[in-house]
Design a protein around this ligand. Structure first.
Ligand code: AMP
Ligand code: GLY
Length: 433
């Protein structure tokens, strides 16, 4: 099967793509992984992978795909997926891992997702879709406590406001509906009942009908220790999380993943790609779907790569071709933790261009991978080039040892204004940050 699979093109420039690229490069038969546009980390293969090629290519993804003619294209971020890049790649005769634009509506439109969940009996919080300011008061009055306000479209992770009271919910919803806050993405608003509990990220690699579930991960979305400060793309993760027991995972598969895949198939838009369900586990232990993402999470992917067994290239290729074996990817016995290093000013106004020190020293530690996000090469030096800069990831036989390794690696890295959280996985490890 993997005999015909020698070269893969990965679309994206984050630590997610760096982690995917390295795992793909380690897959059987793979000689070359090209990343577009990539970052300083994806510019060359690590020394330990001598003989294999990892490089970046510049240009529009479709043009790069046409020029490189890879055996498989893997699309990382949501924006190109929602814009239909997977459909365009398929039209050029190439194989692609990633949903069609129609299937990507599960993430592109929260109103679509809520209506879809309703049609297929998937447990989610009660919601009302509002399209006109004139309908807002009546919609708000149907919630006894303040609803969560969500912009319908893609807002780079900023489109959700957990309002404290009805007045705040109204202000936020009006700013969205008027187009002032997020342009067209906010002109439809979803008001949703607030759900209490703990969150988990559940990923499944899907071929349109079958799926492989990956270990459950937990993200840390706020910038500051103790979940304080503004939301970010994600400041750190760990996996597997003991919060999702084997029994709960089974429930999530049966009540959320299975009906979603059946529903998408029945509606004529089968889902092929990584389906990432953001789940709230209620105090009573009930899983409630908060959102679907139509791609691998970032920084979830970084810890999933270290806790999953199986040949990634073969599995994604099988998913892309509709012939995924349910055990193609399996949870390993290892644990992993990822600590994101972000630049000064992130998330509001990140500074860039600062030299990063300590990369080799950090990567020389056992079990440690330093995945690049916002980095670029400046001659021989690696400098910061975005908000989230590095995803320092460690795996080990226990979460506690992975934690020790990851923070040991973090202590070897530095750049001006570097921010990171000291409490990734602290709660589950019973550690004070
Ligand atoms: P989303 O972009 O939909 O994942 O929402 C971002 C974050 O908002 C989630 O990770 C949750 O922390 C929070 N959130 C979203 N929906 C709800 C809800 N119905 N109740 C409570 N918190 C929510
Ligand atoms: N870490 C959350 C996300 O990728 O959306």
């Amino acid at each position: 099967m993997s005999g015909s699979l020698g070269k893969v093109l990965v679309v994206g420039s984050g630590a997610r793509e760096h982690a995917l690229a390295l795992r793909l490069l380690a897959s059987e038969g793979i000689r070359e992984v090209v990343v577009t546009p990539g970052n300083a980390g994806t510019a060359r293969a690590p020394r330990a992978m001598s003989g294999k090629i990892l490089r970046n290519a510049a240009g529009a993804p479709l043009a790069v795909a046409a020029q490189e003619r890879p055996d498989l294209v893997v699309i990382g971020p949501e924006a190109p997926l929602c814009d239909g890049l997977a459909d365009e790649v398929v039209r050029t005769g190439l194989r692609v891992f990633g949903p069609s634009g129609a299937a990507a509506r599960l993430e592109a439109s929260k109103a679509f997702m809520k209506e879809f969940a309703g049609r297929h009996g998937i447990p989610t919080a009660r919601a009302v879709v509002v399209r006109r300011p004139a309908d807002l008061d009546e919609a708000l009055s149907s919630f006894s406590s303040a609803p969560v306000v969500k912009a319908d479209g893609l807002c780079a992770g900023k489109g959700v406001v957990v309002a404290e009271d009805h007045a705040e919910a109204k202000r936020e919803a009006l700013a969205m509906l008027s187009g002032e806050r997020f342009g067209r993405a906010g002109q439809t608003v979803v008001l949703e009942e607030r759900v209490l509990g703990v969150e988990a990220s559940i990923h499944a690699v899907c071929d349109g009908e079958r799926w492989c579930v990956l270990p459950a991960a937990q993200d840390h979305k706020r910038i500051g220790d103790g979940d304080r400060g503004p939301n970010t793309g994600g400041m750190g993760t760990y996996a597997p999380t003991p919060i999702v027991t084997a029994e709960l995972r089974e429930r999530i598969e049966q009540t959320i993943l299975a009906p979603a895949l059946r529903g998408m198939h029945a509606e004529g838009t089968p889902f092929k790609g990584a389906l990432f369900a953001g789940i709230m586990i209620s105090p009573a232990g009930e899983p409630v779907l908060l959102e679907f993402n139509v791609r691998f999470g970032d920084p979830e992917t970084e810890v999933l790569m270290g806790t999953t067994d199986g040949d990634l290239a073969a599995a994604l290729d099988a998913a892309a071709s509709g012939r995924l074996a349910p055990d193609a990817l399996r949870a390993s016995s290892r644990s992993a933790i990822c600590v994101v290093l972000a630049s000064e000013g992130y998330p509001a106004a990140p500074t860039t261009g600062d030299v990063i020190d300590g990369l080799e020293a950090a990567e020389s530690l056992e079990g440690v991978s330093v995945y690049h996000a916002g980095t670029r090469l400046d001659g021989e030096r690696v400098v910061t080039a975005g908000g989230r800069v590095l995803a320092v990831t460690a795996s080990a036989d226990t979460l506690s040892l992975a934690h020790e390794r990851a923070y040991a690696a973090v202590s070897r890295l530095s750049f001006r204004g570097m921010q990171f959280r000291r409490d990734i996985a602290a709660r589950v490890l019973g550690k004070a940050p």
